[in-house]
Design a protein around this ligand. Structure first.
Ligand code: 9MR
Length: 381
């Protein structure tokens, strides 16, 4: 005869197994865009292959997890207008279709930047640098054409990207925009964008705004824009971070200071670099390069559990800060869908294995993903 305790054990085991598979199913369904729907948009930077049908699994994950989408490279000047007056909107149109199909807010990145802008933009007819008038005309034409085309379809634009200098004493970076037009190139870009789509949100976007000196320069610049009536709605803090830098207190201070100006704050390019660095970590200037050395690529065979745990805690703590400012922080965008796609595998040294995002190379959610989800649910309680 079967003992009652064995029967009970069988029933309990059946319940436990059912519970586990239910939990697994729920894990499959866990979605950042749903979890944070009452707080802020959660965005992702994508590449063409992820939205044009070549990587259907990645497209499916992106649409399920994220409520906003930023093309990682395809809306930059060199992609849209590689030659004078010759625009190519094929890829940009595909993002707009994808975003609409999946009800994702599309972000335009970026209109005025010193990088990924073709050399012709800054050249005059005679091989000399362009004049202020010519460059302003090119800026206006580009903005009118691009912003005008996606009027009503692009939710917000990174109008000016990375105009601030990394070190003092100058506030602005020494770029062709500044050299040729002068410091008012920022005002002009915002005014042209407003003209082209009065309803789109307009942002200033930069990295390293947690550094107190760069932050002070940023706040001074923003005050000037506001005083002059320049139509700016928000600031993108890119947030290319490391495991322990910048300190959370500085992340929070930056959000506070920007929102005190009455501007929205967006986290626009979040990732967490887990690899060692000898150089100026935190300076996301793509021109920064470091000497390759195997010691600087320690996790080529996989991320040790200890670091995986540190990454999860770092993400959890960052989202806890963002959740404290629901009125100011309107979007948090991850700079890539999965680790294999991240620019940090190639910066500042080519060909390393980095692990900066919430989803791994095999498209599985990482502990950091669940840590962030948990933040959303503890906030609701
Ligand atoms: O992630 C982008 C990478 O694929 C490009 O090669 C690189 C070229 O400059 O730009 C990267 O994105 C940058 C973004 O446009 C602006 N902020 C810094 C980002 C990382 O470099």
């Amino acid at each position: 005869m079967r003992s009652p305790s064995l029967g009970l054990l069988l029933v309990l085991t059946a319940i436990w197994v059912a519970g586990l598979s239910h939990a697994a199913k729920n894990e499959d369904k866990a979605s950042l865009r749903t979890a944070f729907a009452d707080h802020f948009l959660v965005g992702v930077a994508l590449n063409t292959a992820q939205i044009d049908g070549r990587s259907p699994k990645e497209a499916e994950i992106a649409a399920m997890q994220f409520s906003s989408l930023t093309p990682e490279n395809d809306l930059k000047w060199q992609s849209l207008q590689p030659w004078p007056g010759r625009y190519d909107f094929k890829r940009a149109d595909a993002y707009a279709d994808f975003a609409e199909k999946h009800r994702m807010k599309l972000i335009g990145h970026t209109l005025v930047w010193h990088s990924q802008t073709p050399a012709w933009v800054f050249q005059g007819e005679d091989g000399k640098p362009a004049t202020r008038e010519l460059l302003l005309k090119r800026m206006r034409d580009h903005i009118q054409m691009v912003v005008g085309r996606y009027k009503g379809r692009i939710h917000g634009w990174d109008v000016v990207n990375e105009a601030l200098a990394d070190g003092g004493p100058e506030t602005l970076r020494d770029s062709p925009w500044k050299r040729i037009i002068g410091d008012d190139f920022i005002d002009q870009a915002f005014r042209f964008a407003k003209e082209a789509d009065p309803k789109a949100e307009l942002y200033y976007n930069d990295y390293g705004l947690e550094d107190p000196r760069k932050r002070a320069r940023c706040i001074a610049m923003l005050r000037g824009l506001i005083e002059r009536g320049v139509p700016i709605d928000g600031v993108g803090t890119q947030s290319h971070f490391q495991l322990s830098q910048p300190p959370l207190a500085e992340v929070e201070e930056t959000i506070k200071q920007i929102s005190a100006l009455g501007l929205k704050v967006m986290v626009t390019e979040l990732d967490v670099d887990v690899l060692p660095s000898r150089g100026a970590a935190g300076i996301a200037d793509i021109n920064r390069r470091e000497q390759a050395d195997p010691a600087l690529n320690p996790y080529a065979d996989g991320l040790p559990e200890e670091i995986q745990g540190k990454l999860a805690s770092r993400y959890a703590e960052l989202f806890q800060v963002y959740l404290k400012y629901p009125k100011s922080v309107t979007r948090v965008t991850l700079w890539g869908l999965h680790d294999g796609q991240s620019w940090l595998n190639h910066f500042p040294i080519r060909g390393r294995s980095n692990y900066p995002l919430l989803i791994d190379r095999s498209l599985k959610p990482k502990p950091a993903f669940f840590a962030v989800l948990k933040d959303a649910s503890s906030e609701k309680r």
